[in-house]
Design a binder for this molecule. Structure first.
Ligand code: ATP
Ligand code: MN
Length: 482
């Protein structure tokens, strides 16, 4: 049996001096002189490395030479107070075992700054960098905090299906699921694809949202949330869209639109506070990284606040809540609109807001997170509750600095007649949706919910500009490696 391993995080936070321990991890750097080698070892438990001090004479040149960046080691020794600057303690090695060497001529990660673009090409190795291990720990903490937040409030975690026969958003951006032989797809007499012969005996796709099934559960358990993968075949090559992303979708019976906004704002603040409380080392590292990165950018592209200042700012301020109609007024009269700087000029009420407009409102006008509500019904989904003005629905989107839309939600239309009318106007086949409509036929109640894009939240908390850098293996048009 192998000796018990001590994790580096615990050693660095509460060192037990003169104790014999074993650590295991990967070499970040090695500096060797004739007599002594200093090895920075990282085991992923923390952003910080443990300094290993190895006597070259004791271990021999041959072994020390094999200890290169990327090699994996088990080291036994004693923790002592460090003589050098930069660390409080270090490990004096008494034995070293190399698990796996990493040929320095071939190992792609060298102790220097690599570009994020290059690291995307070696996504299988990038968790071994400081930046990506920090992001992955923050991602974990956020996932844990999501469950904590809803559990504390008495919500039930529901797993909605990943394979469905409905397209919740009606946007047609679905990936098909079939086990047809693609070279030989059965056809009907009319020459159409014969889905009756397919696995599910109907057309199926990967889910674009768990909302519709989430609503079914909320009509029994009152307050539920889903947290699962979501798939959209959108052809948008942006820094905020993935083909496979994770979404948190709470759905609450007896909540109106204002209750919905209140809990969404409370949740976002809770998540931010949680990472400040539990991931400060990682956040400070990412903050430093961002500062260095921004040195190469023109002044007007640098952020006014540092990463942790931005997080604190979200906690300290109430989100601005304005109607779509008010937002259109502001945008119409804005400088970039008048000077024709927007790619899509805002001319009249009813226009769909683009990311440039959302970011203007958040970053330039209000300079804080904004909740936009009561959107024109024409630009929103069929299930949103119709307002008395006959023009708008009880939708609410939350817009964040640097990100744009982070949450999309609404109060749902619980009135059967209104819902059926809207579905037929929008050509949503009511027959296929009989199970959804049953919740309006039997014991319907006012209810609300929203969807938080998990990766966009991680982007905000880590300050990463590209969504491909906050998920281990991004799926985007043309990218399905690893
Ligand atoms: P956008 O207009 O930015 O494409 P959307 O209106 O399609 O967003 P919703 O359908 O309301 O978004 O989805 C809810 C949330 O899921 C969004 O607020 C966003 O945080 C996230 N989201 C949506 N599409 C994607 C995507 N392709 N990749 C990552 N996150 C996404
Ligand atoms: Mn979209």
């Amino acid at each position: 049996m192998r000796e018990l391993r001590t994790k580096i995080k615990g050693i660095l936070s509460t060192p037990s001096f003169d104790k014999e321990i074993t650590v295991m991890g990967w070499v970040r750097t090695k500096r060797a002189s004739k007599n002594v080698a200093f090895i920075a070892l990282n085991d992923g438990s923390t952003i910080n490395n443990l300094q290993i001090v190895a006597d070259v004479e004791v271990f021999g040149d041959e072994l020390i030479r094999k200890i290169t960046t990327g090699a994996s080691l088990s080291v036994h020794g004693k923790i002592v107070e460090s003589q050098g600057a930069g660390q409080a303690c270090e490990l004096i090695a008494s034995s070293i075992e190399i698990f796996g060497e990493a040929d320095p001529d071939k190992y792609p990660l060298q102790p220097k700054k690599h570009s994020l673009e290059f690291l995307r090409e070696i996504a299988h190795l990038r968790p071994r960098t400081n930046t990506f291990s920090a992001i992955m720990r923050v991602r974990h903490a956020l996932a844990f905090a999501v469950h904590q937040f809803f559990n504390d409030k008495g919500f039930s975690y529901i797993n909605t299906p990943i394979i469905t026969a409905s397209d919740a958003e009606g946007a047609g951006e679905t990936f098909k699921v079939t086990n047809f032989e693609l070279e030989n797809i059965p056809k009907t007499e009319e020459g159409k694809i014969d889905f009756k012969q397919d696995f599910f005996e109907k057309e199926a796709n990967l889910t674009v949202s768990g909302q519709l099934e989430g609503e079914l559960a909320a009509m029994a358990l009152s307050e539920i949330y889903t947290f699962g993968p979501t798939f959209r075949a959108e052809n948008s090559n942006t820094t905020r869209h993935l083909a496979e992303f994770w979404m948190i979708e709470p759905e609450m019976a007896f909540y109106d639109l204002k209750d919905n906004m209140d809990i969404a704002e409370e949740m976002l603040k809770y998540l931010v506070q949680y990472t400040l409380d539990h991931c400060l080392d990682d956040l400070l590292f990412l903050e430093k990284r961002e500062k260095e990165d921004e040195k190469n950018k023109p002044q007007n592209e640098r952020s006014e606040l540092s990463l942790t200042e931005r997080l604190q700012f979200v906690l300290d301020n109430e989100f601005e809540r304005i109607t779509y109609t008010e937002a259109i007024q502001i945008l119409k009269n804005s400088k970039p609109n008048k000077k024709k700087k927007f790619s899509y000029l805002i001319e009249e009420w009813g226009a769909d807001l683009q990311s440039e407009h959302e970011r203007f409102l958040v970053e330039k006008h209000f300079k804080k997170p904004v909740i936009l509500y009561n959107y024109p019904k024409e630009i929103k989904a069929f299930y949103m509750r119709q307002n008395d003005d006959d023009k708008t629905v009880g939708a609410m989107d939350i817009l964040f600095p640097g990100i744009g839309e982070i949450i999309g939600g609404s109060q749902r239309e619980e009135r059967m007649a209104k819902l059926a009318e809207r579905m037929s106007e929008m050509n949503i086949p009511a027959d296929d949706m009989w199970w959804y409509l049953d919740t309006r036929r039997f014991g319907a109640v006012p209810h609300s919910g929203f969807g938080l894009g998990f990766e966009r939240m991680i982007q905000f908390v880590t300050g990463m500009g590209n969504i491909r850098d906050v998920i281990p293996f991004p799926r985007t048009p043309g990218n399905c490696e690893f």
